[in-house]
Design a protein around this ligand. Sequence first.
Ligand code: SF4
Length: 78
Amino acid sequence: MTVARRNPAPSGAWHVRVDRARCQGHARCVALAPEIFEADALGNGRAIGDGVVAPALVGKLRLAAANCPEHAITVAEG
Ligand code: SF4
């Protein structure tokens, strides 16, 4: 999992991105955090909507990112 700060004054929002080149479609992210991830037509994981994650879901976001076997999930705060 990669965690990066986007600016020095976080707004409280988090952002997630799935690297399509790395993703192998295990769907662990979808199983662990269905509020954040969905499967595309090929079964690969992708962020729902624009990838903005509410602070209340950060725990699930971190869990999903930590359990991605391909290290395809990038998490950013702010
Ligand atoms: S767990 Fe990782 S490799 Fe598997 S679908 Fe989700 S992003 Fe892709």
